[in-house]
Design a protein around this ligand. Structure first.
Ligand code: NAD
Length: 494
């Protein structure tokens, strides 16, 4: 069980004090779990100076040796999986089964990125001149700034820090204040795995202070951010002005399409899992169901029946499938959208209210909610609610379904349930999201594939997969002329 009472920052391999303490609350009980110090900008300066110093040496360690540390990190995470999952449920609220899944994602990422230590492939190619050699190699960027959200506090950190480390960068990481325990635990694992001092540094603090200082620090060469669009677009502007590389993974308004030939039982299972898992607080959560009008009534009925069976409560109890909302602000936002949906004329079929009776009064709980007869342009069909709320949008054809899916500002994940092979291939071509599922819900990404979205979800980069390395490396073109004379490209080619 997690029993530390106060956490410290982790800088240069030391646990250091700094800043006033604030409470971290368990969303299932509203009770304090731990206290964290809130740093000021000077702690960021300290962490960056350390990371800069450490990076010079770390970059010279052969990549397969850097990878050895990651193999050990993966092994330790595996050994501590149950402990990590418990602590994750404590701070984030997601049910234990999902917490274990999230930790597993981190373990998978450790072994996958450790494998990159023996790849990190560049390209060799032919030079246009005689006795000349040409290749391109990946070079580390330098000090990397990582800013992470509360909803996947360990998985997202591993998506970012592991590729950064294996590629020879050093890291300053600011986790969300709601979920600092995973950062503390991961830092302990880095330490135990023998990662040299200063390669990863953790600074706890507020976005507007610590995050902002990282974004503006001249020695941080890349910011890798996951979080809301509001924060992400602000950071993008600030980085743009400094010509700083920035990778953004932000919100989603993901849809499941259910066609008239779909296996409805499977579709219902897929919708329930992706809409109500983590209480809808996933960037890939299904928050729209685009349904062919021929099967709309039946789908509604089946969803209502199955939604009644969802067990809601403290994620520590294995019997529960849906946990709490992260905090009061999260609940307030969901409540606002209930009002908006009703005012817009959507029909509320189930839920729509906070759960406050009995044990629910101890935490932040919201009933799984289903709106129907939602129009594509309603705000509840366009904006990220980040709660257990689904909007059902009826359509008359496959083409209309694709159009409805694509007609939002976001582009993270989409899914289609159909048994028509022609529709399957058309859908994977025409759905404009970064991730497409066929006959599965909108969640369930695997770490060796690129993760990220199009349009308002991101800015063209990807977390995870080999593509993540592009964020944390610069391409360097190298020419070696062994002719012993001056050869001019494009001129001496005859
Ligand atoms: P958030 O934007 O409020 O916070 C994210 C992080 O940014 C936190 O660490 C926060 O402290 C920091 N931050 C806040 N203001 C800052 C500033 N001015 N400068 C620098 N850093 C700052 O997001 P959240 O509420 O923690 O997370 C939920 C959001 O994250 C949702 O929109 C969700 O869709 C998104 N998300 C996206 C993905 C993805 O990969 N696309 C994955 C998970 C979550």
């Amino acid at each position: 069980m997690f029993d530390t009472k106060q956490l410290s920052h982790y800088i240069d391999g030391e646990w250091v004090e700094g800043g006033e303490f604030t409470s971290v609350i368990n969303p299932a009980t509203k009770k304090e779990i731990v206290q964290i110090p809130l740093a000021d900008a000077s702690k960021v300066d300290e962490a960056v100076a350390t990371a800069k110093r450490a990076q010079k040496e770390w970059a010279l360690v052969p990549a397969p040796q850097r990878a050895e540390v990651l193999f050990e990190v993966g092994r330790l995470m595996k050994e501590k999986k149950e402990h990590l999952a418990n602590a994750l449920t404590l701070e984030n609220g997601k049910v234990l089964e999902e917490a274990r899944g999230e930790v597993q994602e981190g373990i998978d990422m450790a072994f996958y990125m450790a494998g990159e230590g023996r790849r990190l492939f560049g390209h060799t190619t032919n030079a246009e001149l005689k006795d000349k050699f040409a290749m391109s190699v990946r070079a580390p960027v330098g000090v990397v700034g990582i800013i992470t959200p509360w909803n996947f506090p360990i998985a997202i950190a591993t998506w970012k820090s592991f590729p950064a480390i294996v590629a020879g960068n050093t890291v300053v990481w600011k986790p969300a204040t709601e979920t600092p325990i995973m950062a503390f635990e991961l830092a302990k694992i880095f330490e135990q795995a023998g990662l040299p001092k200063g390669v990863v540094n953790v600074v706890f603090g507020k976005g507007g202070t610590v995050g902002d200082a990282m974004v503006h620090h001249p020695d941080i060469r890349v910011i890798s951010f996951t979080g809301s669009n509001e924060t992400g677009s602000h950071i993008a502007g600030e980085c743009g002005r400094q010509l700083k590389k920035v990778s953004l993974e932000m919100g989603g308004k993901n849809a499941v399409i259910v066609m008239d030939d779909a296996d409805l039982s499977l579709a219902v299972e897929g919708i329930l899992w992706s809409a109500f898992g983590t209480s809808g607080q996933r960037c890939t959560a299904c928050s729209r169901v685009i349904v062919h009008e021929k099967v709309k009534d039946e789908l509604e009925q089946r969803l209502l029946t199955e939604m009644k069976k969802l067990t809601i409560g403290n994620g520590m109890d294995e019997a529960n499938k849906v946990g709490p909302i992260i905090n009061q602000a999260g609940l307030d936002k969901i409540n606002d959208y209930m009002k908006i949906g009703k005012e817009e004329g959507a029909i509320l079929l189930a839920g729509g209210f906070e759960l406050t009776e009995g044990d629910f009064a101890q935490g932040y709980y919201f009933a799984p909610t289903l709106f129907t007869d939602v129009k594509i342009d309603m705000r509840i069909a366009q904006e990220e609610i980040f709660g257990p709320v689904v909007s059902l949008i009826p359509v008359g054809s496959f083409e209309e379904a694709i159009e409805a899916n694509n007609d939002v500002a976001y582009g993270l994940s989409s899914s289609i349930f159909t048994n028509d092979v022609n529709q399957v291939f058309k859908a994977q071509r025409d759905l404009d999201t970064g991730i497409v599922y066929v006959n599965a819900g909108t969640t369930g990404a695997e770490i060796h594939l690129p993760f990220g979205g199009t349009k308002g979800t991101g800015n063209g980069h990807r977390d995870s997969g080999v593509q993540a390395l592009d964020v944390f490396t610069e391409w360097k073109a190298v020419y070696v002329d062994y002719s012993g004379k001056l050869q001019r490209a494009q001129i001496d080619t005859e």
